[in-house]
Ligand binder design. Structure first.
Ligand SMILES: [Zn+2]
Length: 233
């Protein structure tokens, strides 16, 4: 994990949200030779069966499965994520240091307050990162594109702007998710693995929408430009 800058950055409220929402796309980008980083905003703890140490270990294992160039944790407070100026500055410094062209952030409708705050914070940090004459780390940087991925707790149909074919990378996504034992398996009895099963069902559904085995949905707020039409399925 030595690369200094990346082309793609995924901002995640908790470790496992990046994998849940777009693990297949991350694996696909990396397989295509792209440098991808994940910035988890919080430790994700406490949870019923996790500890900070276990979560760090699980996150490291999942990062290795995906082949991430970098994974950082901002150390903001889980269950109390807030859009403070201090938090905005911290995330802006990550943008200025890693200098991604594209930042993936959580979809804006969610029932989890940390997720809602993460979306807002990631948008605010984009503008903040380009400021000059500040004491922030790194040089001014404005990520060109914000793309929204779905790791939402809100039970509604994703209004996708586009779907990425992740058929060849879905197995890697599942392997990455399986690293998060405390979140999806431990102490869950008959429900162990139910989340991974749900993610699989959803991926097959989105795959069916584009005539492929597995897909991951994304959306945008700004107009999305295409360099060409060769990749339209
Ligand atoms: Zn989360």
């Amino acid at each position: 994990m030595a690369k200094q800058t990346v082309e793609y950055l995924v901002v995640a409220p908790h470790p496992d949200d990046a994998e849940l929402g777009m693990g297949g796309t991350i694996a696909k980008l990396i397989r295509a030779g792209k440098a991808v980083a994940v910035c988890d905003l919080t430790s994700g703890e406490p949870t019923p069966f996790g500890t900070p140490a276990k979560r760090r270990k699980e996150t490291r294992a999942a990062s290795k499965v995906l082949g991430l160039a970098r994974r950082v944790n901002l150390g903001l407070k889980n269950r109390a994520l807030d859009t403070t100026l201090a938090a905005r500055t911290k995330l802006a410094e990550v943008y200025r240091t890693l200098r991604p062209r594209v930042v993936f952030i959580p979809y804006w409708r969610d029932s989890h307050p940390d997720h809602l705050a993460a979306t807002q914070l990631a948008i605010e940090a984009r503008f903040h990162a380009k400021l000059t004459r500040t004491k922030m780390k790194g040089r001014p940087h404005y990520p060109e594109r914000l793309l929204f991925y779905y790791c939402t707790h809100f039970r509604s149909h994703a209004d996708a702007a586009f779907v990425v074919d992740v058929s060849d990378d879905f197995a890697a996504k599942v392997r990455a998710l399986e690293c998060y034992h405390t979140q999806f398996y431990d102490g869950r009895g008959g429900e162990a693995g139910a989340v991974v099963e749900y993610v699989t069902t959803t991926a097959r559904y989105w795959g069916s929408m584009i005539g492929r085995a597995c897909g991951e949905p994304f959306t945008v707020q700004e107009t999305l430009g295409l360099a060409g039409l060769n990749d339209i399925i």
